[in-house]
Design a protein around this ligand. Structure first.
Ligand code: AMP
Length: 175
């Protein structure tokens, strides 16, 4: 059973020209979902990960299941204004304009080993900003995992520049 079977392309969503990778069929199949989580966790089982950090919103689903698989806690990174306690924030460029992500200022202890998680890496802008937040808190990022990687975009290279290795389960090499 390949993960690919459970991820469908929705053309022209959310706007014309975008092929949206819809992971909801994967969420709906518990066997495929468990297999996916195991495969995300496999390279990190002996790496001393202490916490998984997931990016709103689909990163919460995979990230919290991954945290359970690795028997560690979970930390959310959210859109602005959603986290109730003191936060730090990081902005990043979009095609038009900028976006911002936030983390609780006390969510990561200095030196803590962190595994980043999201459903998909495209340009890498979102997870790059997320990694910068963790690095501001002096977390030690051991890797970043994704179900899908759009490898025709420079996401992996962006993370490499931050010293973060990427692990993905499904490679999409063309638009
Ligand atoms: P990026 O910052 O460009 O790497 O975009 C990553 C974020 O946008 C992830 O949280 C994805 O969920 C979402 N995303 C970007 N492109 C797609 C796509 N083609 N299909 C599904 N989700 C996408």
């Amino acid at each position: 059973m390949g993960i690919e079977e459970f991820i469908r392309d929705i053309p022209d969503f959310p706007k014309p020209g975008i092929a949206f990778k819809d992971i909801t069929p994967l969420l709906g199949n518990i066997d495929a979902l468990r297999q996916c989580i195991k495969q995300l966790a496999d390279p990190y089982r002996d790496s001393g990960v202490e916490v998984v950090v997931g990016v709103e919103a689909r990163g919460f689903i995979f990230g919290s299941m991954l945290a359970d698989e690795l028997n560690v806690g979970f930390v959310p990174i959210r859109k602005p204004g959603k986290l109730p306690a003191e936060t730090i924030s990081e902005s990043y460029e979009l095609e038009y304009g900028t976006d911002t992500v936030e983390i609780h200022a006390d969510a990561i202890a200095p030196g803590q080993k962190v595994l980043m998680c999201d459903d998909l890496i495209a340009t890498g802008g979102t997870v790059e900003a997320a990694c910068k937040l963790v690095q501001k808190l002096q977390g030690d990022i051991v890797g970043a995992v994704f179900v899908v990687e759009l490898s025709f975009l420079p996401g992996r290279a962006k993370l490499e520049a931050l010293g973060v290795a990427t692990h993905s389960l499904m490679d999409v090499s063309g638009e």
